[in-house]
Ligand binder design. Structure first.
Ligand SMILES: [Zn+2]
Length: 311
């Protein structure tokens, strides 16, 4: 199975064979006017497969000029530092609130090591820092003229405080990162990825409204691929973001601990996914894209930090 799919003129979707699963973590490649841009290059463990995919699309990876990060979570931009070391022309673009984690990855490495332990290397590979001169700060309102396109940058916090999306007004394509949640291909089911420490439901809801108001023709999401039923998709995502949040809050108020709440949320939500997927393996695939422990930790931190009055 090829990991590279042409999605339009000068545009390719790349699937990383992460943990042996295809079409769970994706990157996008844009080419034009002697420029080559990667949107969300993926984790450090997938660098080799990323470079191979670029070759498969017909390009020399040495020609990469832009690495655009919707946000700096490891599954989206963990490879940035390694890539700028390997690719002499490449410059990384990220929001100012995410930039510190790219410039110095020490904190990210130590906190991820606490969570992932021995699986750290397998999951994320090397997490190298990006030198200052190889990083450009972007913010909402910026226009990036990249690979023959005019990409609008819009600030879309909620999933992460430094999340942005890239919108090509001319083609109607919107590169959405995680603001549109997780919805794997051929499964009619959207799941909210709500990791700590930034989760903010009000901000995310506003970001959803913003993206809808841009009226994109197609969303390209990180997990995974193209999505076209956009208003309905976002309505379902917003409903789930809040209903899962209320569920976690209710369990916290009942005095349940984190482990109990994780089990309760799985029990509460698993049947709907299994009905939608008709394939028990879909549960594992969604769990690779976003997992229940992180989901619950994100909500618990959100309620404690932003709404202690409701506890
Ligand atoms: Zn993310």
């Amino acid at each position: 199975m090829s990991n590279v799919t042409r999605i339009g003129p000068g545009a390719w979707q790349i699937s990383h064979p992460f943990l042996g699963e295809n079409e769970v973590i994706g990157s996008y490649l844009l080419a034009g006017q002697n420029e080559l841009a990667i949107i969300d290059p993926g984790p450090g463990s997938m660098v080799e497969s990323l470079l191979e995919s670029i070759r498969e699309a017909g390009f020399d990876p040495q020609e990469v000029t832009h690495i655009l990060a919707t946000h700096v979570h490891l599954d989206h931009a963990g490879s940035a530092g390694t890539l700028v070391r390997l690719l002499p022309r490449a410059q990384v673009y990220a929001h100012e609130k995410g930039a510190p984690h790219l410039l110095d990855t020490t904190k990210v490495v130590s906190s991820a090591s606490r969570i992932y332990g021995e699986r750290m290397k397998l999951l994320w590979g090397e997490i190298e820092s990006t030198p200052q001169e190889r990083l450009t700060i972007i913010e909402g309102g910026d226009i990036l003229n990249v690979a023959g396109r005019r990409l609008e940058v819009h600030y879309t916090p909620g999933h992460a405080v430094h999340h942005v999306i890239f919108f090509d007004v001319h083609s109607g394509e919107l590169f959405a990162g995680d603001v549109a949640g997780v919805r794997l291909q051929d499964v009619d089911y959207v799941r909210p990825p709500t990791p700590p420490p930034d989760l903010d439901l009000e901000a995310w809801s506003d970001s959803i409204s913003l993206v809808k108001s841009l009226r994109p023709d197609v969303l390209y999401i990180g997990h995974f691929g193209a999505m076209r039923n956009i208003p309905e998709h976002f309505d379902r995502l917003r409903e789930k973001l809040y209903s899962w949040g209320e569920f976690v809050l209710g369990a916290m108020r009942d005095g349940k601990d984190e482990a109990e709440i994780i089990s309760m949320l799985i029990e509460q939500t698993k049947p709907e996914l299994l009905r939608a997927a008709r394939d028990p393996h879909a549960m594992e695939r969604y769990e690779i894209a976003t997992n229940y422990p992180m989901t619950v930790q994100g909500y618990m931190r959100y309620w404690r930090k932003k709404h202690p009055e409701r506890l």
